[in-house]
Ligand binder design. Structure first.
Ligand SMILES: Cc1cc2nc3c(=O)[nH]c(=O)nc-3n(C[C@H](O)[C@H](O)[C@H](O)COP(=O)(O)OP(=O)(O)OC[C@H]3O[C@@H](n4cnc5c(N)ncnc54)[C@H](O)[C@@H]3O)c2cc1C
Length: 402
């Protein structure tokens, strides 16, 4: 037996023997809990009402499998790309939930691996892998969203510390996070992209205050973050002073890949067929009774298969360790637009049962369908809107004139 086959056998046996029952997705399509149910985001403020979530996190962290390809010195598993692929295939096959999620693993971690100092890597990556630190992203400001380089949060050097003043907005989960990675203006007198620095700071630093933004749904996934004379040690800059725009773009590449990956190889087309079976039924030929819905499901299934295959091909073509470039905008755009189509189609299938928000008369899956449809619109805004992705593709992938 080859080494990789041996690795697959051992991995499967270990996962099957060690993964607690509640850390496996349900077998029944359409009944998976919401994505953030029973998933560990880690950090100082994390609570674990289900102890198996923490047990699974600790077991996987011990093996380095919360970040399988990161070096072992930084808390990762040191797996090759081929081994990591096997691990992820076996987890999917056994319907095992990820032991840890969050911006540490998908955004700031990969950036630090490439641009962080050795000290930053040893400190922060180990904490990320063990689920001891939760990060939030301080990019957007009230007047700097798509035009991010216009940001005005100011940092001025005072001895060995930066003093930061300004405001961030739409900071997802700032109230639950321990540290922020943040873009600040360190030189106002140069071209706007050239005067930006990428800083890390503890959310418990004096001068940081966070105000959750309540949405019409009643939830508060976002916050406004106010920074008033926040003192940040000089060595918490990543990638060099006034080099923040390069860091910002590199991190957005990781963020966009992460958003498109989230839709990769999910089994949603089957779930749409199950839904259509339940709400529309079959005709005498055994086909879904509504021809338009049938066509739309078929088209969506083909588009999803094209996305999956293209993503897989591009991952395999990427050289070992290669970071995502502007091409990540193609996947981010396509995956999030496709997700909007899918969730809209699910509402069409549900008909009047898609009109529920809460209360009697609607089951949990119906209520979830309505919320997923609304949330899908956020996917095409976060990490840069679809229009902005099209601009990037036009300029930086296709080389069209500005
Ligand atoms: C779910 C979610 C989570 C988020 N989490 C975070 C977070 O954790 N941290 C953070 O910093 N930010 C976060 N954001 C903010 C997000 O990055 C911004 O909302 C996004 O970049 C758009 O900025 P804006 O809201 O200011 O819209 P604007 O930039 O004002 O855009 C308004 C509209 O104009 C269009 N537009 C703007 N410029 C152009 C152009 N040049 N060409 C064509 N069309 C254009 C846009 O596409 C959009 O439709 C989050 C947003 C969402 C929805």
């Amino acid at each position: 037996m080859g080494e990789l086959e041996e690795f697959r056998k051992e991995t499967e046996a270990w996962l099957d023997a060690n993964c607690p029952p509640s850390m496996r997705w349900s077998e029944t399509p359409g009944t998976n809990p919401a994505l953030n149910d029973d998933l560990a985001w880690g950090g100082r403020k994390a609570t674990y009402p289900n102890p198996e979530v923490k047990q699974w996190l600790d077991l996987m962290a011990e093996k380095g499998w919360t970040a399988p390809t990161w070096p072992q010195a930084y808390g990762g598993g040191g797996l090759s790309k081929a081994e990591a692929k096997i691990l992820s295939e076996e987890m999917r096959r056994l319907r095992i939930k990820p032991p840890l999620v969050g911006f540490g693993l998908t955004m700031i971690g990969p950036l630090l691996l490439e641009y962080g100092s050795e000290e930053q890597k040893l400190r922060f990556l180990n904490e990320v892998c063990r689920g001891e630190i939760r990060w939030c992203q301080g990019y957007s400001e009230p007047d700097a969203g798509s035009d991010l380089a216009s940001l005005r949060t100011r940092a001025i050097l005072d001895g060995d510390e930066w003093v930061v003043n300004g405001q961030k907005v739409w900071t997802s989960y700032a109230d639950l996070s321990d540290w922020m990675f943040c873009l600040v203006r360190t030189d106002p007198d140069v071209r706007k992209q050239e005067g930006i620095t990428f800083l890390l700071f503890d959310m418990e630093s004096p001068g940081v205050s966070v105000k959750p933004i309540e949405l019409i749904s009643g939830y508060s996934p976002f916050c406004e973050t106010f920074l008033e004379d926040v003192r940040v040690p000089k060595d918490q800059v990543v990638g060099g002073v006034n080099n923040g725009w390069t860091m910002a773009k590199a991190l957005l590449g990781h963020e966009r890949s992460m958003i498109s990956e989230a839709f990769h190889e999910r089994e949603e087309s089957n779930q749409l067929v199950d839904l259509a079976d339940k709400y529309i039924g079959r005709d005498v030929h055994g086909r879904l009774a509504d021809a338009t819905i049938r066509d739309r499901i078929a088209q969506l299934t083909m588009n999803k298969a094209c996305l999956d295959l293209t993503l897989r091909r591009s991952k395999e073509a990427a050289k070992q360790g290669q970071q995502p470039g502007p091409e990540s905008s193609i996947f981010k755009y396509y995956a999030t637009e496709l997700n909007k189509d899918r969730t809209a189609l699910a509402l069409n299938v549900l008909g009047p049962q898609a009109l529920g928000w809460e209360g009697d008369g609607f089951d949990a899956a119906e209520l979830q369908a309505t919320r997923s449809w609304l949330r899908a619109r956020g996917n095409s805004i976060e990490g840069g809107t679809s229009e902005v992705q099209l601009n990037i593709i036009a300029k930086r992938v296709l080389g069209l004139p500005d």
